[in-house]
Design a protein around this ligand. Structure first.
Ligand SMILES: [Ca+2]
Length: 349
């Protein structure tokens, strides 16, 4: 088994090597604010793991990690992952909007709460509502960064983007939210929406906020939608690894369907779980043209219930991604990143 595992690791490294060792680390680290839900699904945790691995490689700098969901263990799950990767001091925050999705009793949330039992002392905010206001975190970090330098990567509901746009000038900056975003944000990469037309979980959860955020955002938006990530699989490799004390493995192991339950129609497949959120992190750090074809256009929300529509327009600065590199190859790149061990796990020196 161990020999088979080593062969599997070597094959993954070989498959991903052509893409991980090329020019990605040559550019200045991309400054990223990650916005996650961590309430039910767990591709968020895979995405956060990829982001830390890319930070370890010098490809990005993680400015902040905030939650768009409330009254749950979302922020603590993020803090535990940040601590595991040796970055316990990354600023965290949580939405304060009444319309934000909230609760500890949602499907799949137990695995995030279980992390608090397994890793005591590795988090400050057992309940996400105890964390600072995500808008204040956004405004503080954005105000402190060079103009046009920050990439926002959202993996969940669009509540924080709406609240940020509607924020007023404060001690961090006299600019209102929209002006601050226009000045500091290079682009917003969002895992959201169902194109060319339909409904999707992230854009449906707080639909009025989605509509406002997508309508009023003043810089380019890159959308990786439901359709792109649905058949992009990763995560089996870390579940079947011999890693111990790894919160990313813990979360994937809790919910990934076992091999014997896989069938052609199941959500999970032999390679793992749909990697919607991991695709957003790859786009945020390595760019939308790294492994993806892009189609420029505009998004539209037809109503206040999250009905997504994509309008093709080659003159638009915004785009959605489509397949370029085969999804099986992108999945291997994600697995390789998730399997990288932290430079300084739990901050050990
Ligand atoms: Ca998510």
């Amino acid at each position: 088994m161990k020999v088979a595992w080593m062969f599997a690791m070597a094959a993954l490294a070989l498959a991903a090597g052509c893409c991980t060792t090329r020019d990605f680390a040559k550019h200045e680290p991309v400054k990223v604010i990650l916005d996650t839900d961590m309430i039910s699904d767990y591709d968020d945790m895979g995405a956060l793991a990829c982001l830390h691995a890319l930070a370890d490689a010098g490809e990005c700098e993680i400015l902040a990690t905030v939650s768009c969901t409330r009254k749950n263990g979302s922020v603590a799950a993020v803090e535990i992952c940040n601590a595991y990767y040796g970055r316990p001091d990354i600023p965290v925050g949580c939405s304060k909007l009444d319309s934000a999705v909230s609760g500890r009793d949602k499907w799949g949330h137990k695995k995030f709460l279980d992390l608090q039992k397994k890793y005591p002392g590795k988090f400050k905010y057992a309940d996400s509502d105890e964390a600072p206001d995500a808008v204040d975190v956004y405004r503080r970090l954005l105000a402190s960064q060079p103009d046009g330098s920050v990439v926002i990567c959202s993996l969940g509901f669009l509540s924080n983007q709406r609240a940020l746009l509607e924020s007023k000038g404060d001690a961090h900056s006299p600019l209102d939210g929209k002006a601050l975003v226009a000045k500091k944000v290079k682009k917003w990469v969002a895992m959201a929406c169902f194109y060319p037309e339909g409904h999707e979980y992230n854009s449906d959860g707080d639909p009025v906020s989605s509509k406002i955020a997508l309508r009023d955002w003043p810089t380019p938006i890159v959308i990786t939608d439901f359709q792109y990530g649905r058949h992009l699989y990763a995560g089996r490799a870390i579940v079947e690894s011999d890693y111990e004390g790894n919160p990313v493995k813990d979360v994937f192991k809790a919910d990934l369907a076992p091999r014997e339950k896989i069938n052609p129609r199941s959500w999970d497949q032999l390679a793992g779980h749909p990697s919607w959120d991991e695709s957003a992190v790859l786009i945020a750090v390595r760019g939308e043209e790294s492994y993806f074809a892009i189609e420029n256009g505009f998004y539209e929300m037809k109503d206040d219930k999250g009905h997504d529509i994509w309008r093709y327009d080659p003159t638009s600065p915004s785009c959605r991604v489509l397949q370029k590199t085969p999804r099986t190859e992108v999945g291997k790149i994600i697995d390789e990143l998730m399997l990288r061990k932290p430079k300084t796990p739990w901050g050990a020196r």
